[in-house]
Design a protein around this ligand. Structure first.
Ligand SMILES: C[S@@+](CC[C@H](N)C(=O)[O-])C[C@H]1O[C@@H](n2cnc3c(N)ncnc32)[C@H](O)[C@@H]1O
Length: 286
C-alpha cells in the first residue's frame, strides 16, 4: 500500500503515515484509495500502509488466534503475532489499539493525532487481542459505547477524522474551524440551491449578502442547536457575553449559564441623554 505509484513526496513535510494492522486489509483499501484520502496520498500529504496480521502468524496455517485461558466463548488474537507485526514497522509516534474499553475518540483526540507523522492502528477481531497487547501500545481508543465485529470500521473513522486535519488535505483551511466540535459547538445548518424546495425556503439572511448578519445568524444557530441537542458541550465551549444573551433568549436558565461558565450578559447599552440645548435668548429680552 505504501508503494502507491501515484505518491509524489510532499515538498514541505513528510506525509502523515497511517499503518493498519488487520486481518482484513481489503476492508480498509477503499478508505485509503478513494475520495479525499486517495487524493491526499497522491499529493504526498498522507500515506497508508495496510499490513495483514496473518503474515506474522508464525505458522504454516497462518493462524493468529487461540482459545481463551479460563475457558469461554470466542477466540483471542495472540500477543506474539501483534508483537511481530509491530516490529516490522518503522518507529511510530502512537500505536493505537481499538477496543470498546478504550478512551473515547473525540475531535480533540483527532486534532492531537493530526500533529504526528506515523500512527499505527491495531484492529481487533473475535474477542479482541490478548490483554498483554496493551503493553505494546501507547493508547486504546473506542469510537463509542457499542460493540462491532472488528476494529477496521473504528480505524477507518479515525483515518477519516484525522486525515482531513492534515494541512493541505482540505482546500480551505477555514472550513473545519466551524465544524461541529472544533469550535466547541455543533455546526450551524447549511443550505444550497434551490432556494425554495417543497415549501421550505432558505433563510432570507443567507441570501441578503450582509456578511455580518450571516455570521451573527450562524453563531445563533450553532448555539441553538447545541443547546437543544448537546447541552453538555456548552460546559467547555468558549462563550462570549453575546452568546450568553443568545442562550438566555433561547431559554437557558441562569443556573445552566453559570454551570457552563458563561460570561455575564453584557449590560444593556445606556441611552445617551440628550442635553437640552441652551435656551436662545428671546430677542424681546434684550
Ligand atoms: C467483537 S469486538 C470484541 C469485544 C470485546 N469482547 C469487548 O466486549 O470489549 C472485536 C474487536 O472489534 C473492535 N471494536 C468493537 N467495538 C469497538 C468500538 N466501539 N470501538 C473501537 N473498537 C471496537 C475492537 O478492535 C475489538 O477487539
Amino acid at each position: 500500500m505504501s508503494e502507491n505509484p501515484q505518491t509524489v513526496p510532499h515538498q514541505d513535510a513528510a506525509p502523515l503515515t497511517f499503518s493498519f494492522l488487520t486481518l482484513f486489509p481489503e476492508l480498509l483499501a477503499p478508505f485509503a484509495d478513494e475520495a479525499i484520502v486517495g487524493k491526499a496520498r497522491g499529493r504526498g500529504l498522507v500515506d497508508v500502509n495496510l499490513v495483514n496480521l496473518r503474515d506474522f502468524a508464525g505458522n504454516r496455517h497462518q493462524k493468529v488466534d487461540d482459545t481463551p485461558y479460563g475457558g469461554g466463548a470466542g477466540m483471542v488474537i495472540r500477543v506474539d503475532v501483534a508483537e511481530r507485526a509491530l516490529a516490522s514497522l518503522p518507529a511510530a509516534d502512537e500505536v493505537i489499539l481499538f477496543s470498546p474499553a478504550g478512551e473515547r475518540f473525540t475531535q480533540a483526540v483527532a486534532e492531537d493525532l493530526a500533529t504526528r507523522r506515523h500512527l499505527v492502528f491495531l484492529c481487533g477481531r473475535y474477542e479482541g487481542f490478548d490483554a498483554r497487547t496493551e503493553g505494546l501500545v501507547t493508547r486504546e481508543l473506542s469510537i463509542g459505547d457499542f460493540v462491532m465485529m472488528g476494529g477496521e470500521a473504528a480505524a477507518a473513522c479515525v483515518l477519516e477524522a484525522v486525515a482531513r486535519l492534515v494541512p493541505g488535505v482540505i482546500g480551505d483551511p477555514q472550513s473545519h474551524q466551524a465544524d461541529s466540535f472544533s469550535s466547541g459547538l455543533l455546526d450551524y445548518p447549511e443550505f444550497t440551491r434551490p432556494p425554495e424546495w417543497q415549501g421550505h425556503s432558505v433563510p432570507d439572511v443567507l441570501r441578503g449578502g450582509n456578511h455580518g448578519a450571516v455570521a451573527t445568524w450562524r453563531r445563533e444557530q450553532a448555539l441553538a442547536r447545541t443547546l437543544a441537542r448537546r447541552p453538555d458541550l456548552l460546559r467547555s465551549a468558549p462563550l462570549t457575553p453575546a452568546d450568553t444573551a443568545t442562550l438566555s433568549s433561547l431559554g437557558a436558565t441562569p443556573e445552566q449559564l453559570s454551570d457552563w461558565g458563561a460570561p455575564p450578559d453584557p449590560p444593556p447599552r445606556r441611552q445617551k441623554r440628550r442635553r437640552t440645548p441652551p435656551s436662545v435668548p428671546d430677542a424681546s429680552d434684550t
